[in-house]
Design a protein around this ligand. Structure first.
Ligand SMILES: [Mn+2]
Length: 335
């Protein structure tokens, strides 16, 4: 694992200054940090007279749609040569863009790439790009703000709000241990620019659809403790989704709730959306002592130390995914 920090500024600013048409890409099934950072940088670029398109892949929570209002969403293009710059935000590899985007990795005439991300990566995963990569950053939102600030540009208010959403969500509303003094200074800058934490809080925590709560009830009812109470497991089944009319993005906070149970060090939410083998997704949340991303990597996934995920390549049902998880969780919890 490495941080690729040194002196990203000159190369990054040179790219921003000379690029006119920019394509922003972020990881498959974008979260609040991914969407917030993308929206913020797009709005800032547009404010500077640039064309900034965003290609989103997969699904995201409906309540984050407000971030995208008025922006230019495009399909993943077959030809990237029309762009001067590819921005990969909250995403450090073409793999993380999802299956449809793998072609980009080998595409000829690819424009220059800039990566802004805080996910851990191996040196072997790096490729030719300008890297603004810091695993110590709370969020890509925090790094995106560092980039905009270094550029010397005042972002429009909607961009300020989008950055606050990104940082708020990736720090769990400033409760997680990635909430550093640096991230709070970024938040202070954004509040100085007119951002309102109160408004962000209302936008993110209220106006949730009823189906979300109905699903939560069913899923919480499956909560089972294993490994002497140190592992909490919950299951989402296709029947639960059908019964409540909920969608998979309605499950967002559930993995965290498992971690709130006294004695639990690792919480797993096992999600079966009825699409069969290899599509059972397991979201992990851990307490400080346990590296959830190391466990996720056993199954080909990844993420952060306290929040990680994988698609179980050996499971076609939630039950099998739970069995597979239990086998490895024992080892990790006893470490
Ligand atoms: Mn992030």
């Amino acid at each position: 694992m490495t941080d690729i920090v040194p002196d990203w500024r000159p190369a990054a600013l040179e790219l921003l200054n000379r690029s006119r048409k920019i394509l922003i890409l972020t990881h498959h099934n974008p979260d609040g940090d991914a969407l917030g950072s993308s929206a913020a940088l797009a709005r800032t670029l547009i404010g500077q007279g640039r064309q900034a398109d965003i290609a989103l892949i997969g699904a995201w929570a409906e309540r984050l749609n407000f971030l995208l209002t008025g922006l230019f969403l495009v399909e993943l293009p077959d030809n990237l040569a029309v762009y001067d710059l590819l921005l990969l935000l909250d995403c450090h590899s073409f793999d993380r863009l999802g299956p449809a985007a793998k072609k980009l990795a080998v595409m000829k005439n690819r424009p220059p790439v800039m990566v802004v991300d805080h996910h851990p990566l191996d040196e072997a995963e790096t490729f030719k790009a300008v890297w603004l990569h810091q695993t110590s950053a709370s969020s890509t939102g925090e790094l995106t703000w560092a980039l905009i600030k270094a550029w010397g540009v005042i972002p429009p208010l909607l961009a300020v709000e989008a950055l606050l959403v990104a940082i708020t969500m990736d720090t769990g509303f400033f409760t997680q241990n990635n909430t550093t003094a640096t991230s709070l200074r970024a938040v202070a800058d954004l509040v100085d620019l007119g951002g309102s934490l109160d408004q962000i809080n209302r936008q993110l925590k209220n106006d949730l659809p009823l189906r979300r709560f109905k699903l939560m009830g069913l899923v919480l009812n499956t909560l089972t403790l294993y490994c002497g109470g140190r592992l909490a497991v919950m299951i989402v089944t296709p029947a639960f989704l059908e019964q409540t009319g909920a969608v998979i993005t309605d499950t967002e906070e559930l993995a965290e709730m498992g971690r709130q149970v006294v004695g639990v060090i690792l919480s797993a939410l096992v999600k079966d959306v009825g699409q069969g083998f290899g599509t059972i997704r397991v979201s992990l949340r851990s307490r400080e002592s346990l590296d959830a991303s190391a466990l996720a990597r056993v199954f080909g996934g990844g993420g952060h130390r306290q929040a990680a995920a994988y698609d179980d390549p050996h499971a076609g049902t939630a039950g099998v995914a739970v069995d597979n998880l239990l086998r490895w969780a024992e080892i990790f919890l006893n470490d």
